[in-house]
Design a binder for this molecule. Structure first.
Ligand code: ADP
Ligand code: ZN
Ligand code: MG
Length: 478
């Protein structure tokens, strides 16, 4: 029997606000444990939460970017469960009246586009962090850190629209990319900016009914999402092929052994005893506010890619790479504003710039080469001042010193030699120093031309114009 994979993802994304969702505590990552707590996020009796307006605005941005319908009124709900990382004994989330519903994003696979439905986007607060004995060095103890309690999250629930692990991967990457473009999520996976729950089921290919799903919880990296999905697909396939049936259950993921394991019986909504949060009024979202947020949305990656292709005439591949990150796309366009060839600048950005950014672990804004300087470097090549090869040397110097390309070229005397007389002189030298090679060349070994070019370049420290060198050599040898 051939089975089809069905995947739906729940993504928890941290909203990049400075303060928590219901109190003024800082969300800054990496502070001392328990340095960021107050009576509200500690769940003391008698305190009242106050909603962070920016968190709502960030969620609205995401809802608009994914084509969701934004409710004119949404409401917070208490999700009750007893868990040591949750001091209140409940999480403030949204349940029956979420902020937004019914959107989608588009992923692209082998050039084919596919829509993945977004069921809903709702706001909620994060829980704290438990440090268990193995990590803390203590035995039989768990430590609790309140810093994360009340950090704003959106939960993005997808439709069960993905049909392979690869589609799930592209979906996660797309969400991250969009949120980073919107400036609402750092995308920093190591800092817990995105966490996932993966739902996966199988069904006989051709069937229109969904199979029983398993939910894998607590996935903290793309890798964990993918590996756990692969593992589950295999596990379920084996069970079904052996004539067994799948239990609906919640699984954990063991990052070290790379296996899923049954965690607890599946909770149903009634287990959480949801009820409207009595400490918060419903949120009425003004249409004017939505319109304002909409008008301030940045151009999103897909639209930007399309524009890059049509406006700058660069290949689709280039446009894809350049728009992967908003900052890179900004860098590229700033360079073009100086007036440089779009494809030449693209080559530099996709190659040398991205490589250096990665090697140095810096963002374009922190990079030693400004877009303007890069464009000037590109222009030094296109106007013949320096050769492409010398440009690489100049680039390296710019990376190191942050210097201006023209100054580097002048100070280091790297200007291309285009004076025919000067090149002829060097060519003569090379020919007279290598009489045997000249003989062999004239005897038919024309491949030796490369050798002569190399010698001339050596003598001119790479500064001779390669086209002229070739031309003059051919003349003299012929
Ligand atoms: P729960 O609270 O039980 O996790 P949600 O409605 O919040 O339920 O999330 C359900 C998730 O499971 C959604 O992402 C949905 O697309 C996915 N899902 C539902 N049915 C299936 C199925 N048969 N196979 C795979 N995924 C499914
Ligand atoms: Zn607080
Ligand atoms: Mg779930």
């Amino acid at each position: 029997m051939d089975y089809e994979t069905v995947i739906g993802l729940e993504v928890h994304a941290q909203l990049a606000t400075r303060s928590k969702i219901f109190c003024g505590c800082s969300t800054q990552f990496g502070e001392e444990p328990n340095a960021q707590g107050c009576p509200v996020c500690l769940g003391m009796p008698g305190v009242l939460p106050v909603l962070n307006r920016m968190a709502v605005e960030f969620a609205i941005r995401m809802a608009l970017a994914t084509g969701c319908e934004i409710a004119s009124r949404c409401r917070f709900a208490r999700k009750n469960y007893f868990y040591p990382d949750l001091p209140k004994g409940y999480q403030i989330s949204q349940y029956e009246e979420p902020l937004a519903t019914g959107g989608h994003i588009v992923i692209e696979m082998d050039g084919k586009k596919k829509r993945i439905g977004i069921t809903r986007i709702h706001l909620e607060e994060d829980a704290g962090k438990l440090v268990h004995s193995e990590d803390s060095g203590l035995t039989d103890e768990s430590l609790f850190d309140v810093n994360r309690c009340g950090v704003p999250l959106i939960e993005i629930v997808s439709e069960p629209d993905m049909r392979s692990v690869e589609e799930a991967r592209l979906y996660c990457l797309k969400l991250r990319q969009i949120m980073r473009y919107l400036g609402i999520n750092s995308g920093d996976m190591e800092k817990g900016a995105m966490r996932f729950e993966a739902n996966v089921s199988l069904r006989p290919r051709g069937s229109t009914r969904y199979g029983t799903r398993v939910e894998v919880k607590n996935l903290n990296s793309f890798r964990a999402v993918l590996r756990s999905l692969e593992y589950e697909v295999q596990r379920q396939t084996k069970i079904l092929q052996g004539g067994g049936s799948i239990q609906q259950e919640t699984m954990g993921w063991d990052d070290v052994r790379e296996v899923t394991f049954p965690q607890r019986g599946k909770e149903y909504a009634h287990d959480y005893r949801y009820f409207p949060e009595p400490d918060l009024v419903p949120v009425d979202i003004d249409r004017k506010w939505i319109e304002k947020v909409k008008s301030e949305l940045p151009e999103l990656p897909t639209a930007r890619k399309r524009r890059f292709i049509s406006q700058y005439g660069i290949p689709a591949y280039d446009a894809e790479v350049l728009t992967t990150e908003r900052e890179i796309a900004d860098y590229y366009e700033e360079a073009l504003q100086v007036g440089a060839d779009p494809k030449a600048v693209s080559n530099w950005v996709m190659g040398d710039v991205l490589r250096e950014l990665k090697a140095r672990g810096v963002s374009p804004a922190e990079f030693n080469i400004s877009p303007k300087h890069l464009a000037e470097l590109v222009n030094l090549v296109s106007d013949g001042t320096i050769s492409g090869k010398i440009a690489k040397t100049v680039f390296e110097e710019m990376v190191k010193t942050g210097g201006h390309p023209r100054e580097i070229v002048e100070v280091k005397g790297l200007i291309q030699i285009t004076d025919t007389g000067a090149i002829e002189q060097v060519v003569e030298e090379v020919l007279s120093e290598n009489p045997e090679e000249v003989e062999r060349y004239r005897g038919g070994k024309t491949k030796l031309l490369g050798f002569f070019v190399g010698e001339v370049m050596k003598k001119t420290k790479g500064k001779a114009n390669p086209r002229l060198v070739n031309e003059i050599l051919r003349n003299k040898l012929g």
